[in-house]
Design a binder for this molecule. Structure first.
Ligand code: SF4
Length: 234
């Protein structure tokens, strides 16, 4: 049986999970705020802190700068750990966006991709995966973004057990998307969301639930390709 293409694998995942929607703000500035609303940062934790912040203070730079650190920290408490530190980070973000970019972060990201990535990575807690995600979901560039907590999913399917080095695994997944998934916002956001859902539900980092997986018959990891590392199946 010929190996399916990545879009065909994504079709199978979509048939299993249904179409996926992003649950976070897509505007770059709003994403940075949302990302600091929860810790450890997860959709759930960030959503809780975001609801509290939008209700009690607001998310505009002036509103964040006007709030006292104490009040901001209390407001972020529902998002999880280190709310006081996240409050300080939010004030830093708000001050930079207001003073350095005139309140218009999105506008300064419209230039060359390398420059946009550099600007985004200058904000706290944003590395390459976060910058890629922002640029893709904001509709700025159809980058082959990969969910930061599950770059292993596509690598396992295509090549077998992921590498120990996170950066290598991320790059392998990104190269695969770049090679096979059309360079459009729709196609690449679908790929991102499907891989994220599959990584959360079945293809977990430790103990993936391979017997329940809808793409196991096409998966190199399931077929036993371990690339020198041991299996972690449930
Ligand atoms: S078979 Fe297992 S390793 Fe392969 S994609 Fe499915 S859950 Fe992941």
């Amino acid at each position: 049986m010929p190996k399916p293409s990545i879009p065909e694998i994504l079709d199978q995942l979509e048939a299993h999970y249904g179409p996926q929607q992003s649950s976070w703000p897509t505007d770059p500035y709003e994403f940075l705020v949302w990302w600091h609303c929860g810790y450890p940062a997860s959709d759930n934790a960030c959503a809780k802190g975001w609801v509290s912040l939008t209700k009690q203070i607001g998310i505009e730079p002036q509103q964040l700068l006007a709030a006292t650190p104490k009040k901001l920290g209390e407001t972020l408490r529902s998002g999880g750990m280190v709310p006081e530190l996240r409050a300080i980070r939010l004030k830093e973000i708000a001050a930079r966006v207001q003073d350095q970019f005139g309140g218009e972060l999105r506008a300064v990201l419209a230039g060359p991709i390398a420059q946009a990535r550099k600007i985004l990575k200058s904000f706290p807690n944003i590395a390459d995966p976060g910058a890629d995600r922002i640029l893709l979901f904001a509709g700025i560039a159809p980058i082959a973004a990969i969910p930061s907590n599950c770059p292993h999913v596509l690598v396992r399917i295509l090549h077998g057990r992921e590498r120990e080095n996170y950066g290598v695994t991320y790059r392998e997944a990104q190269e695969a998307i770049e090679a096979e998934v059309p360079r459009s916002f729709d196609a690449r956001t679908r790929a991102y969301l499907m891989l994220k859902r599959h990584g959360q539900e079945l293809c977990k980092r430790t103990k993936p639930k391979c017997p329940q997986c809808p793409v196991r018959t096409h998966c190199a990891y399931f077929a036993g390709t371990l690339r020198g590392r041991s299996a972690v199946r449930a």
